[in-house]
Write a protein that binds this ligand. Structure first.
Ligand code: 5GP
Ligand code: MG
Ligand code: MG
Length: 180
């Protein structure tokens, strides 16, 4: 049984992701050169993208990971987010670059941005592999993105369905019969 067999359509191929990631990494390197940014990946989805991105950034930087979870549907509209793993170090006076796999409503990132600004970060900006602009319910500014996608559920390259498919090297759409 191969994971590929469960994919209906490859939305973004591996080589497209690699090429675009390099371009964005170059732009970020120019932006953050001599700022020693703190690059923060959001677990678990951002891990593959972040790993590829930072290897293409030829500047001094530090990185850390955060794990957050949104509250259930009842509280979802409040945009409240639970911190499961916080940052190891202070963000005071740091330029923070948050790395995400996908931005949909924008609630998670809006919450994090407000929190890190309250902790006196100098700047808090975002880079995401995927953006679903049609899902947005906040006024979040996405500073850098690799790809816009339509409002469809995607998996791969960090994105899961029931914790599987994160290790696919591309972004795809599952066959209907796979959902349970
Ligand atoms: P939001 O921007 O709505 O606060 O949260 C985005 C999060 O929702 C992502 O980090 C991801 O966990 C999840 N998400 C949104 N769209 C998709 C999708 O198409 N596929 C998968 N696997 N997760 C998604
Ligand atoms: Mg995520
Ligand atoms: Mg998920």
């Amino acid at each position: 049984m191969k994971m590929d067999d469960n994919i209906k359509e490859v939305l973004i191929a591996e080589d497209e992701i690699q090429k675009k990631t390099k371009e964005v990494a170059q732009i970020l390197s120019d932006e953050y050169r001599d700022k020693n940014p703190l690059v923060v990946g959001i677990l678990k989805g951002a891990l593959p993208f972040m790993a590829d991105l930072i290897k293409e950034m030829d500047i001094f930087l530090e990185y850390d990971m955060m794990d957050v979870s949104s509250y259930g549907t009842a509280k979802a509209s409040s945009g409240e987010v639970k911190i499961i793993k916080d940052l190891d170090s202070s963000v005071e006076n740091r330029d923070v670059l948050i790395v995400e796999d996908i931005i949909d409503t924008g609630r998670t990132l809006k919450y994090l941005q407000d929190m890190l600004i309250r902790r006196n970060a100098k700047s808090v900006r975002f880079v995401t592999l995927l953006d679903k602009p049609s899902g947005r319910v906040t006024d979040l500014t996405v500073d850098w993105k690799c790809f816009n996608i339509p409002d469809e559920f995607v998996v791969g390259y960090g994105l899961d369905y029931r914790e599987n498919y994160r290790n696919l090297p591309y972004v795809g759409i599952l066959k209907e019969e796979v959902y349970y």
